[in-house]
Structures are given as structure tokens and as C-alpha cells.
Design a binder for this molecule. Structure first.
Ligand SMILES: Nc1ncnc2c1ncn2[C@@H]1O[C@H](COP(=O)(O)OP(=O)(O)OP(=O)(O)O)[C@@H](O)[C@H]1O
Ligand SMILES: [Mg+2]
Length: 714
């Protein structure tokens, strides 16, 4: 059967092809054959290209096209040819039934036969923050013969580990990067505290505690809570968290046939929303904590506090745990002169802080949406409650908590947000297991891991109570290391490594780890020291501080991998040692943070508000163990470019400007303010202060004088 040249006009063919594409019947046929809207579209584009761009098409197709063009055939007749073409570019269409079966996620309770073999009882400790939920669950954990605590953060796992051992209940610690045994001979203790991703679903326990259950809805990490809830092998499962998750947990347990008992708790100390904003940092009092949602705001606020002769502690997500604890200790210590805390929402969980009053510096938080686009949104009620609830913690020196905002208009909105009901948690996260992906790979040997994941997600079927978690991070790493020869299992493990993809140094290091690994060359301590230029000195400016934080992350990555590939990452003990030292060095930097800010600002354009170009410091803790939300996969390219020494290929600056302009718009400020901001003569903070002073003076009828003062003092 030979190929034929065209004997009809391409314009006409195009018209018929487009008609074919738009027909509902054809789309339906596509779906029946495994082509969802996305695949259908891709297959069509390729089919059209094949017809329009290749000089010849197969004889049978040529005849059909000819018939259609002269009115003797119908566009629907193209379907078999279209499908033949689609199967060439999407080989999985031929094994669709098998793939569908593998990616069927409709009955997750069945994945855990050990848990299904026993009768479990679920006790839901529900209540607001600081109501004693975890306390009561832990009391039961301690009194049991054996128990497991599963928390969202390393810090929380550490706290329970400590508490348990202090109470003479030997307890091990298991996180992605660390194993500590209570028994010296490394025999497993009957109790264990772990980060939730690390919990074992095969070991039987008398009591299990799942903390912060509302995180089951987390777009990236929710799967870990679902797995723990359905899969833990314990007679009693104590679940702690927001009442908003009660209905979903009850429904899920309905499918496993297990009883749920709800115990409700009330806040242990009163929390008052003040009816006046802070307005100025001059009004700060001991025990105040200012909450910011960007590192730059942290820097700017802490500098202004220092300029008033006050000392402040600083806590944000990407600081190492030791530094966070040290800063918390300093702030909590009644004998330390440091009585003000500047923090991001990283304080929302896991740290014991003696805060009297929470002050929201702003109520908008930059996030990344499902499409990977940056967005600036008001915080949710759940987030606001979580943060505000830190004030007046039970057992701290403040018997009641207060909450307010820095600015009047924010306070109005904050009151509204805090007054809204938290929407119920509707669905629980799921994610594909390595076994499922392995089976996919068996059927589709030529697909890349990232493609396998895409196909898996597009074919997977889930029940209404579940959703498939966002696996952008996984795909990001998969794309980044695609060209490195690795077997599927190892590749999969690398892809689940905890990684902040905004951190080019960490990304390139992971790439180097993978390359060494693929050459079967062990990653030694010496290699790591060379690569990180260890030993490192205390930071002299903010940029250096940020780099040290990235190096700390690299050590974490090494330790994480060392538990998965013991012989290839053999020097965990030494790495842990230098990581502790690095934590101390970072602590020195953070203690001197205002000096570092000053150094950074004088190095940058005078008066520049921004100390770091990157303005998107999402809390590190949210991604510590697993992934995080993120931008498009094209970032892989930019990592490659950055790796080649061309940093700033993908500048994050426009978004900062974007958000500033948003701010400007929302504050109704004109072009002068805009220009001053641009020229670095004004900072956002100064602008806000000016605005409130302006308003005050306007109210006091001192409008003209204020204006005069403004220019005089300049
Ligand atoms: N009955 C109690 N006796 C002594 N201390 C308690 C008691 N209940 C709670 N606490 C202490 O009060 C503090 C807050 O309790 P807990 O951590 O259990 O609150 P929570 O409801 O879990 O809050 P969050 O939602 O923030 O996790 C803790 O320091 C805890 O040890
Ligand atoms: Mg708790």
C-alpha cells in the first residue's frame, strides 16, 4: 500500500478537520477509547500536523479525505485513522483497561489489610487551638503499653519524643532525616514519635495519635493523613484537630465500619480580638508577636523595632530547628531583655511561645495556585485562627491572649475573617504508591517518570471523599533528573526527596547527588564538604544567611537519602555533626539579623526596602517531609540554566512589583508614592505609616503642618 500525494486544497482539509475536532460524537468516542479532553486535544493537534505537514499520507486515509472533500464521505469516517494515530503517540491507549485497574483509587481502605483485620476505635479530640486536644491524646499514649504519635512537623515529633522519655516512657524518634532510639542498643522502643509520612502501617500499637487531622485536606501532604487514618494498626486511634474535619473522618470510618467517638474541647484561656490596631511600632509591649507573611517584611519590621532600641527574636520557616528553638527560648525567657517576636506563620504549629498579643502585620499571604501561578490572597479563617490562637497559650506567663492588626483597615477585615465559620473539610488526599507507578512503567516502558505520573493522575478514579494530591514537586524532580540513568525504584525515591525548588543551590545539589549515584560513586563526607565549601563562616549579610539556610537544607537532603541508600550516602553521622554546627552558625546570624539587614541594605541601592530578591518565602515546615505547591514544570529548565551559572534567568522581581502595585491600588495611592517606592526612597512600611499619620493628622486638622513636617524631616 503506497502513499498518496494530495489532490485537494489544504484549506478545505483544515476546515473538515476542525469540524471533526468539534463534533460531540467524536469527543465521546474519544473518551470511550481513553482520550480525555487533554489527550484528545493533543492527539488531534498531532493528527492535524501529520495530515497537513507530511507531504504524503497513507492511501486509505487519502481516499477518505478525498471522499470527505468532495461530499461523498462524512468527517466521522476519520475516527479510525485518528485513533490509529493517537495510539502511536499514546501507547497506553492499547492497555487502557490494565492501566485503569492499576490507577483505580476508589477503595483506599482496602490497601491496608493489617488495619482491616483488627477492630479499631477512633477518638476524635476536636476543638480550637490551645484547648488541650494533643495533651489529652498524649496522656492516653503515655499510659498505653505501646503507642505511635504522628505529627505534621519534626519539631512536634521531637517535643513528644522528649515528653515521653521525660515521663519515663521510652520512646523512639523517626523523621525523614533522623532516627533516635531510646534504647542504647538500638532496639525499638514500644513508643515512637514520628512525622506522619514516616509512620508504619504494619507495626501493631495499642494507641496511635494523629495530630492536626485537618491537614488531610492539604493539597500536597494530605495523603499522609489519609494513609495514617486508614492504615495505622492500633486498637485506639486518637485524632486531634479542627472540628471542621469531624464529618469527613466520620464518613471515612463509615466505609471501614469503625466507630468514631467525638470529644469536644474549649479554649483553655480567653482570646480577645482588640478593637484598635497597633498603628505604630511605638505601641509595642512585652509579649507582642508581629506576624508577617514575607521574609522582607520580617527584615523591615525587625529593623524598625531595633531602631527603637528594642530587642526582638525572629522566627521563620526556613530556619533550622535548633535556631527556631533558640529564638523561642530567648523570647520566652523572662530574664532575657528580648520581649518582642517577629515571625511568619511558621509559629502556627509546633513551638511553645509565651505570646500575649498577636499582631498581624498584614492579612494577605502569597500562595501558589494549582496552575503554579503566584497569588496574593487574604488568609483563611482556619489560618487566622491557628495563628491568633497562639496568644495566651495555656501554661505560659500570659493568662489571656489578644489579637489585632498593625493597620486599621486590616483589623476590620481580620475581625470578619475570624468571625467566619471554617468550611468543613470535604475530601482526603491520596497519592500513587511506588508499586502502582512500577506497574505503569511495566506497561509503558518508554514513558518518562513524569509522564507516567501524568497518565496515572489523568486515568485515576477517586471516590468523592478523596482527591489526588498535587505531585508537582515530584514531577519537578523527575524532569530535572530525567536524563540521568537510574533504575525506576531509585528514581522514584529521588523524586520524593524533600526539596525546596525555589532554592537553586539545593536543586543543583540534588542533581549532583543523582549523577554521582548513577555512576555508583558513594557520596562521601569529603565530597559533600567540597561541594558545600564546608567549613563555613558566620554570615555577613542576608544573602549569606539565606545561603547557609540552603546548605542546611542540603545536609537534610543528604541525611534523608542516607536512610534510603545507606551504602551510597555512608557518612550520615559526620553530616549530622556538621549540620548541628551549621545550625549554631545560623543562630549567630539570626541573633545579629538587624546587622545583616543593614549590611545588605548598604550594599544594595540606598534605601531599598527589599533585602532579598526572592519574595516568596513559603513556610519551610509545610514542605519538610514531602512536597509543596509550586510553579510550572518549565522551572526545571530554569534550574538547568541557573545551574549553568546564569542565575536570575527567571526573575521573581516582576511579581514583587506586581504585588506592590496591587498594594498601591488597594490603598488608592497615586503616582508620587509609586515613584518614591520605585526609587527606593519609601518602603511599603513607611508608606503605611505615613498613611496612618496622615489620617490622624487629617482628623486632628493638622493637615498642612503634617505635610510641612514631612518635607522638613526629609
Ligand atoms: N489538663 C492540662 N494540664 C496541664 N497542661 C495542659 C492541660 N491541657 C493542656 N495543657 C497544656 O496547654 C498547652 C496547650 O495544650 P495542647 O497543646 O494540648 O492544645 P491543642 O488543643 O492541641 O492546641 P493546638 O491546636 O495548638 O495544637 C500545652 O502546653 C499543654 O501541655
Ligand atoms: Mg495540638
Amino acid at each position: 500500500q503506497g502513499d498518496y500525494n494530495y489532490s485537494f486544497s489544504t484549506g478545505e482539509v483544515l476546515k473538515h478537520l476542525n469540524k471533526f475536532y468539534k463534533r460531540k460524537e467524536i469527543q465521546r468516542l474519544g473518551v470511550e477509547n481513553g482520550l480525555d479532553a487533554r489527550l484528545f486535544h493533543q492527539a488531534f493537534i498531532s493528527f492535524r500536523k501529520y495530515i497537513m505537514e507530511s507531504s504524503s499520507v497513507s492511501a486509505d486515509l487519502h481516499i477518505i479525505l478525498n471522499d470527505i472533500c468532495c461530499g461523498a464521505g462524512h468527517v466521522d469516517d476519520l475516527f479510525p485513522f485518528f485513533l490509529r494515530h493517537a495510539k502511536q503517540i499514546f501507547p497506553m491507549l492499547d492497555c487502557m483497561d490494565d492501566l485503569r485497574k492499576i490507577s483505580d483509587l476508589r477503595l483506599p481502605p482496602n490497601w491496608y489489610p493489617d488495619a482491616r483485620a483488627i477492630q479499631r476505635k477512633i477518638i476524635f479530640h476536636a476543638g480550637p487551638t490551645n484547648s488541650g486536644k494533643t495533651y489529652h491524646a498524649i496522656q492516653r499514649f503515655l499510659s498505653a503499653k505501646s503507642g505511635i504519635y504522628c505529627g505534621p512537623l519534626k519539631l512536634l515529633a521531637h517535643e513528644i519524643f522528649q515528653k515521653s522519655n521525660d515521663a519515663n516512657v521510652p520512646c523512639d524518634l523517626v523523621t525523614g532525616e533522623e532516627r533516635v532510639f531510646a534504647n542504647e542498643d538500638a532496639r525499638q522502643a514500644p513508643h515512637v514519635a514520628c512525622t506522619i509520612e514516616m509512620c508504619s502501617t504494619n507495626t501493631p500499637y495499642e494507641v496511635a495519635v494523629i495530630d492536626e487531622i485537618q491537614m488531610i485536606r492539604d493539597p500536597a501532604r494530605g495523603w499522609a493523613w489519609t494513609r495514617a487514618l486508614l492504615g495505622l494498626c492500633a486498637e485506639e486511634i486518637h485524632v486531634c484537630g479542627e472540628p471542621a474535619a469531624i464529618d469527613l473522618v466520620t464518613e471515612l470510618m463509615y466505609t471501614t465500619g469503625e466507630e468514631v467517638e467525638v470529644r469536644n474541647y474549649k479554649r483553655l484561656t480567653p482570646l480577645t480580638v482588640l478593637d484598635y490596631p497597633l498603628e505604630s511600632l511605638d505601641n509595642l509591649r512585652p509579649g507582642d508577636c508581629i506576624v508577617c507573611f514575607s521574609k522582607n517584611d520580617i527584615y523591615s519590621v525587625s529593623r524598625q523595632i531595633e531602631a527603637r532600641g528594642l530587642e526582638c527574636a525572629v522566627i521563620y520557616g526556613s530556619l533550622p530547628p535548633g535556631t527556631k528553638l533558640e529564638q523561642a527560648k530567648k523570647f520566652n525567657d523572662p530574664d532575657d531583655p528580648c520581649k518582642i517576636l517577629v515571625a511568619t506563620d511558621a509559629i502556627g504549629m509546633g513551638l511553645n511561645l509565651c505570646i500575649r498579643r498577636i499582631i498581624f502585620n498584614s492579612i494577605v499571604k502569597p500562595t501558589v495556585n494549582e496552575k503554579g501561578e503566584k497569588e496574593i490572597d487574604s488568609i483563611t479563617t482556619s489560618q487566622a485562627l491557628q495563628i491568633a490562637g497562639r496568644a495566651g497559650r495555656f501554661g505560659s506567663s500570659f493568662k489571656q491572649g489578644e489579637v489585632t492588626a498593625m493597620h486599621r483597615d486590616d483589623l476590620v477585615r481580620l475581625r470578619e475573617i475570624l468571625g467566619e465559620a471554617v468550611p468543613p473539610v470535604r475530601a482526603a488526599g491520596l497519592h500513587p504508591t511506588p508499586e502502582q507507578i512500577e506497574m505503569f512503567a511495566y506497561h509503558l516502558p518508554d514513558a518518562t517518570l513524569s509522564n507516567l505520573i501524568d497518565i496515572f493522575v489523568s486515568l485515576s478514579q477517586v471516590d468523592g471523599m478523596y482527591f489526588v494530591c498535587n505531585i508537582d514537586d515530584f514531577k519537578f524532580i523527575a524532569d530535572m533528573i530525567q536524563h540521568i540513568p537510574l533504575n525506576l525504584r531509585s528514581r522514584y525515591v529521588f523524586c520524593t526527596a524533600p526539596l525546596n525548588r525555589k532554592e537553586p543551590f539545593v536543586c543543583t545539589t540534588l542533581l549532583k547527588f543523582a549523577r554521582q549515584f548513577s555512576r555508583n560513586e558513594p557520596l562521601t563526607f569529603d565530597w559533600l564538604c567540597r561541594h558545600t565549601k564546608w567549613p563555613l563562616a558566620a554570615p555577613k549579610n542576608i544573602k549569606e544567611l539565606i545561603h547557609l539556610e540552603a546548605v542546611h537544607d542540603v545536609f537534610d537532603l543528604y541525611l534523608w537519602l542516607s536512610y534510603r541508600f545507606l551504602d551510597m550516602f555512608p557518612d550520615a553521622v559526620l553530616v549530622r555533626d556538621i549540620q548541628k554546627k551549621l545550625d549554631d552558625i545560623i543562630q549567630i546570624g539570626v541573633c545579629n539579623i538587624t546587622k545583616l539587614i543593614r549590611a545588605s541594605q548598604s550594599a544594595a541601592a540606598p534605601g531599598t526596602a527589599e533585602v532579598v530578591p526572592e519574595d516568596f518565602p513559603l513556610s519551610k515546615d509545610a514542605r519538610v517531609v514531602s512536597g509543596r505547591q509550586g510553579a510550572a514544570s518549565t522551572e526545571a529548565l530554569s534550574i538547568a540554566v541557573e545551574a549553568a551559572g546564569l542565575r536570575r534567568a527567571r526573575s521573581s522581581r516582576p511579581s514583587r512589583l506586581g504585588s506592590r502595585q496591587e498594594d498601591l491600588k488597594s490603598y488608592g495611592r497615586g503616582s508620587l508614592a509609586n515613584r518614591l517606592l520605585r526609587e527606593g526612597l519609601l518602603t511599603q512600611e513607611m508608606l503605611r505609616q505615613l498613611e496612618s499619620e496622615w489620617q490622624d493628622q487629617h482628623r486632628n486638622g493638622r493637615y498642612g503642618i503634617a505635610l510641612g513636617n514631612l518635607w522638613d524631616s526629609d
